[in-house]
Every structure is written in structure tokens, then in C-alpha cells.
Design a protein around this ligand. Structure first.
Ligand SMILES: [Zn+2]
Ligand SMILES: [Zn+2]
Length: 376
């Protein structure tokens, strides 16, 4: 199955965090973190419709102004997500400019801002250009079924981590690909038609085996009838969608590790910060960041298929290969060796071309960080 999510680190492994995810559906794009986005051409910025911000340290949020500059004057609704306090911070950013001419714009720019207040609840507010970006609170929303964002084509889950300030880690899960297996349909004497869409939805929504689906008349029977999902299930093939996790700026604590492993489990790709070398573990602890070895070990424990380390500290300029080797060694469960080719890490920009197809089934663990909410 061709992956639909194509991630690129806008500033490579050492610059400001910003992971641009191009989607093959509807030419939409998603961004994780809003560091400097100057390298992104305007058309790519204008394609964004979901932006997820881990926290608002300046290297993760400075790109908001460029985003705003490129969107003003366009008819556009953009969903922004961030940690507690995020609505107020977006408000401050917007109110730093004068909007007395806002009512002259024919189009409206709308920011729908969600802050993850706790693992069970988010708060939402609207900011509209036509309203001079005054805050329009929508109120609290329960976080249902673990997801902070549910779209027909993908779902994003979050975990609240500790970085001396709440910091969000994200996992984007593409919905499963459900296809009709035509030979089986013929075998059962069932017709093609719009009813198959209803059948696909029933499977994607996880309906029970006794759920009834209306089947039109076909070769096997002359009148329409209702059939249980269990009898029709073999008509479809289900391939799990791609899963990409994004984790940055976290202290190496037991609680953080548990939450990250749960969120990222079995991901096809894990983007994870590796700010400091193993030798500078003390410094990493002091700054509430991960080392290369911690990043590799977490990726290993989460059983991800591939790890893409980033957010290397500028103190290691020119030592990218060393950083990659340290992560690689921990991921493989080896002792770190400074020599080596680093060849296990093709650039993130082209990583999707090398990513293997995902055909195996896996448990859906993206819900785990919020499982306590469902019990409450
Ligand atoms: Zn940072
Ligand atoms: Zn930070």
C-alpha cells in the first residue's frame, strides 16, 4: 500500500523543529511544530490546515508570524493545537498587530485554536480576521476516544509530557485502507453499487458482527435484504494505515518514557529529539531534553519500524554522523561506536521512499495515553 503521509523536517535535524507532512489526500498538509518555516514556499504554507504545536518555547513557535503573514487575505480556516495556555498565547500573537482595516477584506481567515487542558479535556476558541481576531471562546470539549483531532482520513492522539512545562507529543494515524475484493463479491453473487460504501464505513467504524447492512438485489437473491456484517466481512480487505509519531523536548523521566512508548508503539516512523550526546547526559538532564542513547532506546522499546532523530543541539554542528550513530546503536541494542557510515538514516525528506509497506496488523495503542479518561 502506498503511504499517504509524507513527512519532511523543514530545517533538517539541527534547525528549528517543524515537521511538514504532505498528504496525498486532497493536497492538504499538516505541520508538527512551528519553528522557523522560512524554507517552506508560500504555496506549501497555504496548503496547511492542521498545525500541532508541542509547546511554545521560541524555537517551536516563532514561525507563527510567517504563517499569519501568508494566510491573511485568504479565505481559510486553520486548526491549531497546543498545550495548556496556548489559546492565550495565540491571542497575544494576533493582538500584536493592528487590524483596523480587517473589515475591508472580502475573505475571512479563521483560526480554530484547541489547547489540551488535561488528558480528558480540551478548550477551544475561534479567532476571525473579520472580528479583528478577538477571542471567541467555544468552551471545553471532552477528549473522546483518545484523539485530540479526528478527521475522515486521519486521527491525531497526544500525550502530555514533562519538559519543565507541559509539552505535547503527537501520533498521527491514517485510517485503515478498506478495499472491496471483487472476486469474492462475484463468488457470493453480490452486486457492486453504493451499498459497498456503507459496508466499508461499518467496518471502519468498528461496528459489531451482528450490525445489519442493506444489500440490494443481485444474482443470489431477487429482493433487497439486510445481512449481518459477519456474513459480508470477507468481501473486504483491510490494510492498517500509516502511523507517525512526533516527540520532542522531553525530560528523560520514567513517566515520560512510559507515555512516549505507549503513544508511539508500533509506529512506522518515530521523529524523536536527540538533543545531546550520550556523553553529555548530565547537560541533557539539566535542560530536560533527551540524549541520543535515550532516543534510540525509547524507539526500540516502542518497537517502531524506523527512527528519525532531530533537534540536535547546535553545539554538535558538524557531528551529525556521530549523533546518528549513537541513536542507531541504541535502537539496535548495541554499544555506541563513533565510527561508521551513518547509512541507516537516509534524509527524512526522502524517508517515505524507503519506508517499507505496512502490511502487518497491530493493536491500536494510540489510545493508551488517554485510557484513564474512558474509565472515568
Ligand atoms: Zn526545543
Ligand atoms: Zn523546549
Amino acid at each position: 500500500m502506498r503511504p499517504l503521509l509524507h513527512p519532511t523536517l523543514v530545517n533538517g535535524r539541527s534547525g528549528d523543529p517543524a515537521l511538514y507532512v504532505e498528504t496525498l489526500f486532497e493536497k492538504r498538509a499538516i505541520l508538527f511544530d512551528l519553528g522557523d518555516i522560512t524554507p517552506l514556499p508560500p504555496r506549501k504554507v497555504q496548503r496547511l490546515d492542521h498545525v500541532f504545536v508541542s509547546h511554545t518555547h521560541i524555537d517551536h513557535f516563532i514561525g507563527f508570524d510567517r504563517l499569519l503573514r501568508l494566510l491573511v487575505g485568504r479565505d481559510k480556516t486553520l486548526a491549531l493545537y497546543g498545550p495548556v495556555g496556548f489559546i492565550e498565547q495565540v491571542h497575544h500573537k494576533l493582538q500584536a498587530y493592528r487590524w483596523n482595516l480587517a473589515n475591508r477584506y472580502e475573505s475571512d481567515l479563521v483560526f480554530v485554536v484547541t489547547e489540551v487542558a488535561s488528558s480528558c479535556e480540551s478548550r477551544v476558541a475561534l479567532f476571525r480576521l473579520r472580528n479583528a481576531f478577538a477571542a471567541e471562546p467555544i468552551g471545553p470539549r471532552a477528549i473522546a476516544e483518545a484523539a485530540i483531532c479526528s478527521q475522515p482520513t486521519f486521527r491525531v492522539s497526544a500525550a502530555i509530557l514533562e519538559h519543565r512545562t507541559p509539552c505535547l507529543a503527537f501520533a498521527i494515524q491514517e485510517v485503515a485502507h478498506v478495499n472491496v475484493w471483487k472476486p469474492r463479491l462475484d463468488e457470493l453473487g453480490l452486486p457492486v453499487g453504493p451499498w459497498l460504501r456503507e459496508l466499508k464505513h461499518a467496518v471502519m467504524e468498528g461496528r459489531p458482527a451482528h450490525h445489519l447492512v442493506r444489500v440490494p438485489a443481485g444474482r443470489s437473491f431477487s429482493q433487497p435484504r439486510e445481512m449481518p456484517l459477519a456474513a459480508l466481512r470477507s468481501v473486504l480487505t483491510v490494510t492498517p494505515g500509516q502511523k507517525i509519531a512526533y516527540v520532542t523536548d522531553v525530560a528523560d523521566t520514567a513517566a515520560n518514557r512510559t507515555a512516549i512508548i505507549s503513544l508511539a508503539r508500533n509506529a512506522d516512523l518515530l521523529f524523536i529529539e536527540a538533543a545531546f550526546t550520550q556523553a553529555d547526559a548530565e547537560l541533557a538532564a539539566e535542560r530536560s531534553h533527551l540524549t541520543t542513547a535515550a532516543a534510540g532506546t525509547i524507539a526500540r522499546d516502542a518497537k517502531v519500524r524506523r527512527v528519525e532523530p532531530f533537534h540536535f543541539s547546535s553545539r554538535y554542528t558538524g557531528q551529525e554522523e556521530r549523533m546518528l550513530n549513537e541513536v542507531s546503536a541504541a535502537f539496535a541494542g548495541r554499544r555506541s561506536q563513533h565510527a561508521g557510515s551513518g547509512g541507516e538514516f537516509p534524509s527524512a525528506a526522502s524517508s517515505h521512499q524507503n519506508a517499507p509497506n505496512v502490511t502487518r496488523m497491530r493493536e491500536d495503542d494510540a489510545t493508551a495515553p488517554f485510557s484513564r479518561c474512558r474509565e472515568a
